[in-house]
Design a protein around this ligand. Structure first.
Ligand code: PLP
Length: 503
C-alpha cells in the first residue's frame, strides 16, 4: 500500500461519501451530550439550523473584495459595529471581521509593530508586555512578526500584576496586554490599571476579550460584578472579541476593534504593483468566506440583547451550580474568582491529572492545564443538562484517587528527573514513540482515534520537566506526526470493494 492517498480515479457516489463522513464522525468527541468542556460553543439545535441557512445563503461569496459583494461589506461593518457598541465603543471605533481570535490578535500585534515604526522609530525589536496567562496567539504573533514577548507572572489571584507589568515596560515596549477574561482561570485582569500604564508611557494597549467580549456585557446586565474592561476604559486602543465563541456564530468569525480609524490603517496591507491588479486586504487571509460573516450577522440580529441575555442567564446559573458544587467537594477547588463561565479546577491534596483521568474514564472530555496543574471548564449551553452528572462524577473521581502523600510528591519528582535524563539520550525511534504517547496524553489523538485513557503520568512529566526546550521539541515532533497521513488507516469510502471494508 502506498504511503499516500491518491485522488480516486473515478468519483464516488455522493451518498457513499457522506455516509463515510458520518461513520468517521462517530470517532469524534460527542459534544452534544454536554460531556465536552472545550472547543464547541453551541446554543441549541434551532439556532444551529438557522446558522446553517444563513451560512448557506452566502456559501460561495468571497469577502476579499468588498466592492463585488456590498451585502457582505454591510454585514461585516454592522457586525463590527454591534460588537463595538456592546464594548463601550463610540462611533470612532472601527474594526474588521477575521477568521478567529488568533487572527484578531495577530492583527493587533501587527498594528502595534507598524504603529511603532511611525511613532517609535528608534525601536529595533519591539516588545510586548503581557501577563503569563495571555493567550498563545500573542507569542505566535511575536514569532510571525518579529516582536519579543516579555512575560510577567500573574498574581496569586491569577490576575495580571500591574505593578510588575509597569516595571517590565521599557523604551522598546510598544504594546501592553490584558485579558477579559483570561482563558486559563477565567479571571478579568485589572484593565484600568494596565491601560493607565499604556497611557502614561504613550504605548498601545490591547484587551483580549476573545472569550469574554460576547459574554461579559450580559453577565454584567444579569447583576454580576464585572470590572471595567472595554473601550470605556481610557487607554485601551484595540480589542479582540470572538463571535464564534459566546457570540454563538458559525466557526470562522471574530472581530478586531481599533479605537480610531487612524490606528486601524496600520493593520492594512496593500500591494500596488502586481500584474494581477492593485491588491489590498484588511486582514491576514486573502479569500474570506462570506458564509462566516453572514452567519455571524444573522445570529446577532436573531438573538439581540435579550436573546444573548437569556442564554447567558442559563449558562451563569449552570456556572454557579458547578462552582459551588466543585468547591463543596473535599479535595478539589475552583481556582481564583472567575468572572464568567470559564474556570479551572485545582487540588491541594490530590494529583489533579489523576482526577482528570478518572473523569476521562467516565466519558468526560476536559483539557489539562499547567502552572498550576488544573482542569479547564468552558461552560455553555450544552452543559445545562449535564452539570449535575458532572458533579456526581467529579465527586466519585476524587474518591477513586489516592490523596498525595509527601512520599508520592518526592517520587513524582524523582520520576520526572529520570525521564528528563532519558530524554536527552533516547534514540530517534524511542523519541518518536514517546511523542506518540505525549500526543495521546495531550488529548489530541488517541490510539485508533478514541480519547486517551491515562494521561496523568505524562502530564506530570510535562509539568515538571525543567528543560522546556525538550518539551518544545517533543510537541513540535508530535504535531508533525499528527498531521501526517497514516498509510495504515486510510478510510475506505462506503460502497468500496468488500476487502476495503472496516473491520
Ligand atoms: C479562544 C481564545 C483566543 C483565540 O481564539 P481562536 O478563535 O481559537 O483563534 C484568544 N484569547 C482568548 C482569551 C481565547 O479564549
Amino acid at each position: 500500500m502506498p504511503g499516500r492517498k491518491e485522488l480516486p480515479h473515478h468519483g464516488h457516489a455522493p451518498e457513499d461519501v457522506l455516509e463515510t463522513m458520518r461513520r468517521m464522525r462517530r470517532e469524534d468527541a460527542d459534544w452534544e451530550d454536554g460531556k465536552v468542556w472545550c472547543l464547541v460553543y453551541n446554543a441549541g439545535e434551532d439556532l444551529s439550523a438557522f446558522l446553517k441557512e444563513a451560512y448557506g445563503l452566502f456559501f460561495s461569496e468571497n469577502a476579499l473584495n468588498p466592492s463585488a459583494f456590498p451585502s457582505l461589506k454591510r454585514m461585516e461593518a454592522e457586525a463590527v459595529s454591534m460588537a463595538a457598541s456592546l464594548l463601550g465603543g463610540d462611533d470612532q471605533v472601527v474594526g474588521n471581521m477575521t477568521s478567529g481570535g488568533t487572527e484578531s490578535i495577530l492583527m493587533a500585534v501587527k498594528t502595534a509593530r507598524e504603529w511603532a515604526r511611525v511613532h517609535k522609530p528608534r525601536v529595533k525589536v519591539p516588545k510586548i508586555v503581557l501577563p503569563s496567562s495571555a493567550h498563545p496567539a500573542f507569542p505566535k504573533a511575536c514569532h510571525y512578526f518579529g516582536l519579543e514577548p516579555i512575560w510577567v507572572p500573574v498574581g496569586p489571584d491569577f490576575r495580571a500584576d500591574p505593578k510588575a507589568m509597569r516595571k517590565a515596560v521599557t523604551r522598546d515596549t510598544v504594546l501592553i496586554v490584558g485579558s477579559a477574561p483570561s482563558y486559563p482561570q477565567g479571571v478579568v485582569d485589572p484593565i484600568e490599571e494596565i491601560a493607565a500604564i499604556a497611557k502614561k508611557n504613550g504605548i498601545l494597549c490591547h484587551v483580549d476579550s476573545c472569550v469574554g467580549g460576547m459574554m461579559l456585557p450580559f453577565v454584567r446586565a444579569l447583576g454580576y460584578d464585572v470590572p471595567p474592561f472595554d473601550f470605556s476604559v481610557d487607554g485601551v486602543t484595540t480589542m479582540s472579541v470572538d463571535l464564534h465563541k459566546y457570540g454563538y456564530a458559525a466557526k470562522g468569525a471574530s472581530v478586531i476593534l481599533h479605537r480610531t480609524p487612524e490606528l486601524r490603517k496600520h493593520q492594512y496591507f496593500a500591494f500596488t504593483d502586481w500584474s494581477g491588479g492593485i491588491y489590498a486586504s484588511p486582514t491576514m487571509t486573502g479569500t474570506r468566506p462570506g458564509g462566516a460573516i453572514a452567519a455571524a450577522w444573522a445570529i446577532m440580529n436573531r438573538l439581540g440583547f435579550d436573546g444573548y441575555l437569556e442564554i447567558a442567564r442559563k449558562v451563569m446559573d449552570t456556572t454557579d451550580l458547578l462552582r459551588d458544587g466543585i468547591n463543596a467537594i473535599d479535595g478539589v477547588e475552583v481556582l481564583g474568582e472567575p468572572a464568567m463561565s470559564v474556570m479551572s479546577i485545582g487540588s491541594q491534596t490530590h494529583d489533579i491529572y489523576e482526577i482528570g483521568d478518572e473523569m476521562t474514564a467516565r466519558g468526560w472530555h476536559i483539557d489539562r492545564q499547567q502552572h498550576p496543574n488544573s482542569l479547564h471548564l468552558t461552560i455553555n449551553h450544552s452543559h445545562l443538562s449535564s452539570a449535575a452528572q458532572f458533579l456526581e462524577d467529579l465527586s466519585a473521581a476524587v474518591a477513586a484517587t489516592e490523596p498525595l502523600s509527601q512520599r508520592d510528591i518526592l517520587k513524582e519528582k524523582a520520576k520526572a528527573a529520570a525521564l528528563k535524563a532519558a530524554v536527552t539520550v533516547l534514540p530517534e525511534r524511542v523519541v518518536s514513540k514517546a511523542t506518540e504517547v505525549i500526543s495521546g496524553a495531550m488529548g489530541l489523538v488517541g490510539d485508533g482515534g478514541e480519547l486517551p485513557e491515562r494521561s496523568a503520568a505524562m502530564y506530570g512529566m510535562i509539568a515538571t520537566l525543567p528543560n522546556r526546550g525538550d518539551i518544545h521539541k517533543f510537541v513540535i515532533d508530535a504535531l508533525d506526526q499528527m498531521t501526517r497521513l497514516d498509510p495504515n488507516n486510510i478510510i475506505a469510502i462506503a460502497g468500496d470493494a468488500p476487502d476495503a471494508e472496516e473491520e
